[in-house]
Design a protein around this ligand. Structure first.
Ligand SMILES: N[C@H](CCC[C@H](N)C(=O)O)C(=O)O
Length: 270
């Protein structure tokens, strides 16, 4: 089987993009993992497929992590998905709505920047002390399309991201599906920096869109910082998270604004 693909990245979170509007492709978990393998394949944090809509959107977005597991949503991937679909339509789209397992998402375009309207966050829980890798961490959590644990720290450079990240990823508190793990530092009111250990990548990534949203909302919960919150990620990009809180502790109009870059196009034979 020969596949035409694009390689894209959203703030350093990188993806293989496939056009499967004709549903001719049916890749196994192993094949997806092979394509994402950084030594034996193209290399990516995840893979996104464009499929025909079935629930009133313009398209359906399928997202798979590097280990081949399907996830409900991917914030950086959604920006890339929107740009990819726009490229498939010669750049003529101004807004595209797409179905995900987390609900309907929409993308609007401003140059090479994309604004994603996220699904409604749920399951917000603040300040639980949990034993993690021999330490006790104060952990917040929220589902922003996928589950996220958030820990605020004083120094991001010395955080044991792999040890604490894996400890939270598989923690009993987040069973059975597990969680992504984010470590955040307040730079100033309304400005944070984060590092993320991603479920399904099983490692730190250069950025995590749903993680940025989770950290921004919890920063607002803890400090009252108004919308938008800016988020500096490991890869060096700064993105913006917008939201409306109404009623208290419930969020609508949640948006993520940032880059979506095409890197190269290719064919691969499996
Ligand atoms: N690894 C995540 C999905 C991708 C999230 C991340 N890449 C983003 O940009 O939101 C999970 O399995 O929950």
């Amino acid at each position: 089987m020969t596949l035409n693909f694009w390689k894209m990245n959203g703030a350093g979170n990188d993806f293989v993009m496939l056009d499967n509007r004709d549903l001719a492709l049916s890749l196994s978990t192993e094949q997806i993992a092979q394509l994402c393998d950084r030594h034996r394949g193209i290399g990516a944090d995840g893979l996104l497929c464009v499929e025909p809509a079935t629930e009133g959107g313009d398209f359906k977005m399928r997202y798979y992590n590097a280990d081949g597991s399907e996830a409900e949503m991917c914030g950086n991937g959604a920006r890339c998905f929107g740009s990819f679909v726009n490229r498939l339509h010669d750049g003529k789209l101004t807004l595209v709505r797409f179905e995900t397992l987390a609900g309907m998402i929409s993308a609007e375009f401003e140059g090479d920047q994309v604004r994603i309207n996220m699904s409604a966050p749920h399951g917000l829980k603040l300040a639980t002390d949990l034993p993690v890798a021999g330490d006790v961490l104060t952990v917040h959590s929220v589902n922003t399309g996928v589950p996220h644990a958030v820990v605020f720290v004083e120094d991001l450079d010395t955080v044991p991201v792999k040890a604490w990240g894996a400890g939270l990823r598989y923690h009993d508190a987040f069973k059975p599906k597990g969680t992504n793990a984010n470590f955040a530092k307040v730079l100033a009111p309304g400005s944070i920096s984060i590092r993320t250990y991603e479920r399904g990548v099983e490692d730190e990534t250069l950025a995590c869109g749903t993680g940025m949203v989770a950290c921004a909302l919890i920063h607002h919960e803890l400090t009252g910082a108004p919308s938008p919150v800016t988020v500096l990620v490991k890869g060096g990009d700064t993105l913006r998270v917008g939201f409306t809180e109404n009623p208290p502790h419930e969020y609508t109009d949640v948006t993520l604004f940032g880059p979506a870059d095409f890197v190269f196009q290719g064919t691969v034979t499996l």
